[in-house]
Design a protein around this ligand. Structure first.
Ligand code: PMP
Length: 336
């Protein structure tokens, strides 16, 4: 792998080594981030205050997890290629060209994790934006974007068996002709934020969003599945969801590893109330059982059998231990 230019050599002790003692992502800033071709010290990566907000309008990003495998002493980046492909598609929708081929971004991410000496689960966020003080509301066509990549320790929740409570949000999901959900655009997240703050204010963990047609779309930062009579059902892409990578992984594991049929079709609100199991999935939430929706208990209110085995399998997949899916995991240290 080609190492991107280092603005300054990394120092030996970065204070983020080992263990899962990294729950609070604000605990400490990493040493480096990657900005448009070079590794930059965290504190030196500044932009002018006049750009605040305006550059964000047309920014697109990715959220990628890397999982530490302690037995193998290896950090695996999950579905790196797929995330970078989605980033390129989001940029295309914004009419933003990328000055960096995906291979270079791939190397940059691995090098960044290494430069920060992460030996724990981490969360990586590449962000593409129009630099040079261009207000994001102006029409700019096929202009190159700047790319900044940050990474922070972020422990997986797959070891804890959590069951989350959900409500149906009073907000509707954005749609393709309004703010295309297919683009992972920063501004789309105001929709998710209305939903999550309303849920939090009313004492729920997550909100579930209906689209303008009144059908279930997704949860605020995650996709949703229900299980009814042995069949897993999830809303189609055209329901206003992000083209989720975890959703594809889950479909694959359910069908190929467990023989659970997966159907993509419109899901109605009351189906959530009567489903045997409901779960949400996404890079950040991983796979989490939903114990209640609008205070209707789902199943027995605990993690159901399908979600339980899915979570277990998912954990072995992301740690690079699933033989059928080793190619979904990019090793950081051996890959050097
Ligand atoms: N929907 C939204 C709005 C999200 O932010 C996410 C998380 N990226 C997802 C769905 C799940 O997508 P993925 O599995 O690719 O993380």
């Amino acid at each position: 792998m080609t190492e991107p230019k280092l603005a300054q050599e990394p120092k030996a002790d970065l204070g983020i080594k080992g263990g899962q003692d990294t729950k609070d992502p604000d605990r400490e800033n990493p040493k480096f981030l990657w900005r448009s071709g070079e590794m930059v010290e965290w504190d030196k990566a500044t932009v002018h205050i006049s750009q605040l907000g305006w550059t964000a309008i047309s920014s697109v990003f990715e959220g990628i997890r890397a999982y530490w495998n302690d037995d193998r002493q290896e950090l695996y980046i999950f579905h790196l290629d797929t995330h970078l492909k989605r980033l390129a598609r989001s940029m295309k929708i914004m009419r933003m060209t990328s000055p960096f081929p995906n291979e270079e971004l791939k190397d940059a991410i691995a090098s960044l994790l290494k430069a920060n000496e992460f030996r724990a689960d981490a969360y990586v966020q590449p962000l593409a934006y129009f630099g040079g003080g261009i207000p994001g509301y102006l029409a700019v066509l096929e202009r190159p974007g700047e790319i900044v990549i940050t990474a922070r320790p972020s422990a997986s929740g797959l070891d804890e068996s959590k069951v989350v409570s959900c409500n149906i949000s009073s907000w509707n999901r954005i749609s393709d002709n309004v703010m295309p959900p297919r683009a992972k655009a920063i501004t789309n997240y105001q929709n998710s934020r209305y939903v999550s703050t309303e849920s939090r204010a009313n004492g729920y963990d997550f909100g579930i969003i209906l689209n303008a047609q009144g059908k279930v779309s997704e949860a605020s930062y995650a996709c949703i599945f229900i299980v009814r009579d042995g069949v897993a059902i999830t809303p189609p892409i055209s329901a206003g969801i992000l083209e989720s990578i975890t959703r594809e992984v889950v479909k694959d594991l359910l069908e190929k590893d467990f023989g659970v049929p997966v159907v993509e079709r419109d899901v109605e609100r009351t189906e959530l109330y009567i489903a045997d199991e409901v779960f949400i999935c996404g890079t950040a939430v991983e796979v989490q059982a939903v114990g209640s929706v609008d205070k209707y208990q789902v199943g027995d209110g605990e993690t159901g059998p399908v979600v339980a085995k899915l979570r277990e399998q998912f954990q072995s997949v992301v740690k690079g231990e699933h033989p059928r899916h080793a190619d979904w995991c990019t090793p950081v240290y051996q890959g050097a």
